[in-house]
Design a protein around this ligand. Structure first.
Ligand SMILES: *Cc1c(COP(=O)(O)O)cnc(C)c1O
Length: 436
């Protein structure tokens, strides 16, 4: 399969190039040139299939030109090592829990898939591959855990000194092995700038194989379609039409839902739910798409003012804005409404939402109030323990962390530190090559 850039459909590359490059040279996002439709037989049997069996079919349809059946099985088995339960919260409202992975957020699916796919595509490569990732917290932990102990790959996580929560920091600084943590005396944007400069530096390019694994990489984006199929397989039989509500920031997760829909999954519609970073809901409600600086909120993993996957949403709608607006309905919510929903759901049903899931829940309820003939699933994208202090304050209760997270907190932090200076970073990288 070829992959094209959303900036220019004539710019087409192989799967390997798309994955190693991450972003297209023209700054576009890669998209599969052809989206395969799954056969009717698949949907007739889906309710009897396991998550992995569904994975073999879906990933097989997308990657069979580039990978053999054993590699596809490897890829799916490596990715789907934790469940995604569908929990009925009330009436026609279900929560798809995507937080049972190693770092307690849905990004674990994409990170695990990406690491395995990279190692498959780089088989036979003699040089060590180095993955550079700049993080404000979540991405670093998901990518580090996804790549942990993957042979031939070294991950270098750049993070801003003192700007990452203790739990997040522990999740990528205590692993060791092939995961290196580099503390930068600066802010997140400085870390991102150092990474971008490294990719452009001719001397580094000549001396080492660098790649990115950032959130727009096709290898992190595509596998997110899997749990939409799985959720559908778990939904009790109903005559009602199905809507998915997706709490969104960069809109990768929602885009992957549309990919599943295009592959034949019977989804009637999507709800794009955001916090006050609302450029996409505003666009869907008739305004012009205009990127804005981000605003801090309690659902901070969705504080995105310029959502990069917007162009994927358009590509999936054949560049037809009206088609996109009909398929996806947009809603946005304040922190106050989010906190009130968390309290009300807890007291009425006992279910504990964290702020991102609560935004999805609110979007779904708003939609269902106007479309009572639909049944809805919202995505709960993180474990309440991941945002423990906010959740404890709002719900006035203690949240216990899963055991695997407690384990991270006991680990010993191992880091190196550099100044916010490209020459310092470059020397750090070049020293890696000469010492291996
Ligand atoms: C990244 C993230 C989101 C936003 O997902 P997008 O694909 O960027 O829209 C939502 N919730 C949590 C917990 C996240 O970490």
């Amino acid at each position: 399969m070829k992959y094209y850039s959303t900036q220019n459909k004539d710019h087409q590359v192989s799967l390997k190039e798309a994955v190693i490059q991450g972003l297209a040279p023209d700054q576009g996002l890669y998209m599969p040139l052809h989206i395969p439709e799954l056969p009717d037989g698949f949907f007739e049997n889906i309710k009897k299939m396991s998550f992995r069996e569904i994975g073999y079919e879906v990933i097989g349809a997308l990657f069979s030109e580039d990978l053999n059946p054993d590699q596809i099985k490897d890829l799916v088995d490596h990715t789907l090592v934790f469940d995604a339960p569908l929990v009925q919260v009330e009436g026609d409202v279900y929560s798809l829990e995507l937080f049972h992975g190693p770092t307690l957020a849905f990004k674990d699916f994409g990170a695990r898939f990406c690491s395995k796919l990279m190692s498959l595509l780089l088989e036979g490569e003699e040089r060590k591959v180095r993955v550079l990732v700049a993080t404000s917290g979540d991405t670093g932990s998901a990518v580090a855990n996804g790549f942990y102990k993957v042979p031939g790959v070294e991950v270098i996580v750049l993070y801003p000194k003192g700007k990452v929560s203790e739990i997040q920091e522990k999740q990528f600084t205590t692993l060791g092995e092939n995961i290196l943590a580099l503390e930068v005396d600066g802010v997140f944007d400085d870390c991102q700038k150092l990474v971008k400069e490294a990719f452009l530096d001719p001397e580094l390019k000549a001396n080492m194989l660098l790649t990115s694994a950032n959130s727009i990489n096709i290898a992190r984006w595509i596998p997110q379609c899997l749990y939409y199929f799985y959720a559908f397989s778990k939904l009790p039989l109903t005559q009602k039409e199905l809507v998915f509500a997706v709490p969104s920031g960069n809109f990768g997760n929602l885009g992957a839902g549309i990919l599943a829909q295009k592959m034949g999954l019977p989804i009637a519609r999507f709800v794009a739910a955001t916090n006050m970073n609302k450029v996409v809901p505003e666009f869907l409600n008739g305004e012009i798409f205009l990127a804005k600086p981000s605003i801090p909120t309690i659902s901070n993993s969705m504080d995105v003012g310029n959502p990069s996957n917007f162009y994927r949403l358009l590509a999936l709608s054949d560049q037809d804005e009206e088609k996109l607006k009909d398929n996806v309905r947009g809603y946005y919510f304040s922190d106050k409404a989010t906190a009130e929903a968390m309290v009300s759901v807890k007291s009425r049903t006992g279910y504990i939402l964290e702020p991102h899931g609560a935004v999805g829940y609110l979007g779904l309820k708003a939609y269902l109030s106007q479309h009572p003939d639909h049944v809805g699933i919202f995505l709960e994208t993180a474990h309440p323990g991941k945002f423990r202090s906010v959740v404890e304050e709002i719900l006035q209760m203690k949240i216990t962390l899963p055991e695997r997270l407690e384990k991270f907190l006991e680990g010993t932090k191992k880091i190196e530190a550099i100044d916010n200076d490209f020459e310092a970073f470059k020397n750090y990288l070049l020293a890696k090559v000469s010492s291996h």
